[in-house]
Design a protein around this ligand. Structure first.
Ligand code: G4P
Length: 522
């Protein structure tokens, strides 16, 4: 098979959602389609309880589980499906965001009983700024949720994206009868117990379907559908692929209902890998020479061996185990002998991979997040990964002042690796660490101690809203504890606002100072 044919088979996506919307449940159903697992309930042991923050081995165990299941791949309907996990809950970190730089599309799950929730908004923004196509699955239709039209309105308003319902539910909870599959022009009838019947629209008139058609909930929904046909957005695959319209699917991951219809349609519409931006212009995925970039580094997966695995997204050509490539940043050759792919709960050695695939490569402490690896003579680097706005901030100091040198070295290296973000106090040059999730601090503390032999003290500054200041002159008197002035690694000033109120207050008081939100500029 040619490289082009291999690439076009690939469907690489991530599932994003707020905790408890049903990501694990839906993922399990998809893995069942791929015959990757035999029964539901085997994807991750997240119900095994919270880990004690001090116990790294426990974190490892937890992380180990989520790492090995962090990329799942299987063949489906002639395609090669790659699902990337986006760690949530207590695992939420910058890695969760960075995973989104390695996918070609995203499935966003929304809980029909709750609508849009906080974590969904954050992850959505990252997809938005990168123009990633987003497919929406509105879950838990087997429960009494919010009216479908209201949910659509909320998605359009809060996320500012056009919606196009690919299907439309008839009833919810106990009254749930099934869905109109607008795309497949059929009614999918819910018979309970994992049983669905597919009735083409033209067969709805048949006598055996009269009980359904005469049902008042069915008839009300027909009116709703007519309204949607008239007043709703027009379906446009182009708009979907540009990330401007999201196709909406209703269903229940648990029942399960509508999952097959959703997945089949999604797989047929989702984009295969496309060209990626580099310092030498766009690089096509069927470019014969191998290239890829590192989007995540997992350190200390096995504390006994101190090994590190770099997760690489293949962007062009063909990867072959043992091949020699070049690390673009240093121009040095590297042999990729230990490579892995991750399937559910085991790690298999991988022999070859194509654009769209994710592979884990052994990291001899050589890689940084965002690094480009290339085969052949060409020289280019893929676009730098964006910096994501941290939300949690802590002041850090070494417990033992005699360890200042190791302390600085450790922080510098971990910052370079992308494990944390570093800021400096504008007055006292104190070290302030920014992170997206609490887990990053746990990993930071552990690694400082184990790799650099420095015990650190962390003092929380709390959750903050960071805004970069676009101004020539910074007047320090404008800032205090509520809008703490700090500098980033490049020496750019930013203010860490205590809450929305202090942000608004500052804006009102200083309308001439432009405040930049990283989510909007990346
Ligand atoms: P997450 O990975 O997004 O955090 O969500 P997960 O799949 O773990 O689902 C969270 C809870 O919601 C689980 O219940 C799960 O069974 C339930 N759930 C998922 N999909 C559906 C659905 O379509 N309908 C209904 N009614 N419930 C759904 P739990 O009680 O927290 O856990 P469990 O003990 O049932 O596993």
């Amino acid at each position: 098979m040619s490289i082009n044919e291999e690439v076009n088979k690939r469907k690489t996506f991530a599932i994003i959602s707020h905790p408890d919307a049903g990501k694990t449940t839906l993922t399990e159903k998809l893995l069942l389609f791929g015959n990757l697992i035999r029964s539901a309930g085997t994807v991750k042991g997240k119900k095994s309880g919270k880990f004690a923050t001090s116990d790294w081995m426990e974190i490892e165990k937890q992380r180990g589980i989520s790492v090995t299941s962090s990329v799942m791949n299987f063949p489906y309907m002639g395609h090669q499906v790659n699902i990337l996990d986006t760690p949530g809950h207590e695992d939420f970190s910058e890695d969760t965001y960075r995973t989104l730089t390695a996918v070609d599309s995203v499935v966003m799950i929304i809980d029909a009983t709750k609508g849009i929730e906080a974590q969904t908004i954050k992850l959505f923004k990252v997809c938005r700024m990168r123009g990633i196509p987003i497919f929406t699955f509105i879950n838990k239709l087997d429960r009494e949720g919010r009216p479908p039209l209201e949910l659509l309105e909320e998605i359009e308003e809060v996320l500012d994206i056009e919606t196009y319902p690919m299907n439309w539910p008839v009833g919810m909870g106990k009254r749930f009868l099934g869905i109109f599959d607008r795309h497949g022009k059929q009614f999918v009838r819910f018979n309970g117990n994992e049983d669905e019947t597919y009735i083409p629209y033209q067969d709805l008139d048949k006598p055996e379907n009269q009980d359904l058609v005469q049902n008042s909930t069915f008839q009300e929904t027909e009116d709703e559908l007519a309204l949607l046909d008239e007043a709703g957005d027009q379906y446009s695959l182009d708009a979907v692929l540009r990330g401007e319209q999201t196709p909406i699917f209703f269903g229940s991951a648990l029942a399960p209902f509508g999952v097959q219809t959703f997945f089949d349609t999604f797989i047929s519409m989702a984009p295969a890998p496309t060209a990626r931006k580099s310092t030498e212009g766009l690089i096509s995925p069927d470019n014969p020479e191998f290239s890829g970039f590192v989007f995540k580094i997992q350190a200390n997966m096995n504390p006994a061996h101190r090994d590190r695995v770099a997760f690489l997204r293949v962007c062009s050509g063909k990867f072959e185990r043992g091949m020699s490539v070049k690390l673009a940043r240093t121009d040095k050759p590297i042999k990729l002998s230990q490579s892995q792919q991750f399937v559910a709960s085991s790690r298999d050695t991988i022999e070859e991979a194509y654009a769209g695939d994710i592979i884990g490569i052994y990291d001899p402490n050589a890689y940084r997040i965002g690094d480009t690896l290339i085969e052949g003579k060409e020289s280019f680097e893929y676009d730098e990964l964006p910096q994501f706005p941290p939300e949690l901030f802590k002041k850090v100091t070494a417990k033992n002042v005699m360890k200042a040198k190791q302390f600085k070295k450790g922080i510098e290296q971990l910052v370079q690796e992308g494990a944390i973000q570093l800021f400096r106090g504008s007055n006292d040059e104190s070290y302030i660490i920014g992170a997206v999730g609490e887990l990053q601090y746990e990993v930071f503390e552990y690694r400082m101690k184990n790799e650099y032999n420095v015990e650190v003290m962390l003092e929380s500054i709390g959750e903050r809203i960071p805004r970069w200041l676009k101004t020539e002159q910074v007047d320090r008197t404008m800032f205090d504890e509520r809008n703490l002035l700090v500098k980033d690694r490049e020496g750019e000033y930013l203010a860490l606002f205590k809450n929305d109120f202090s942000l608004r207050w500052f804006k009102d008081k200083h309308p001439d100072i432009e405040l930049v939100d990283l989510f909007e500029v990346n």
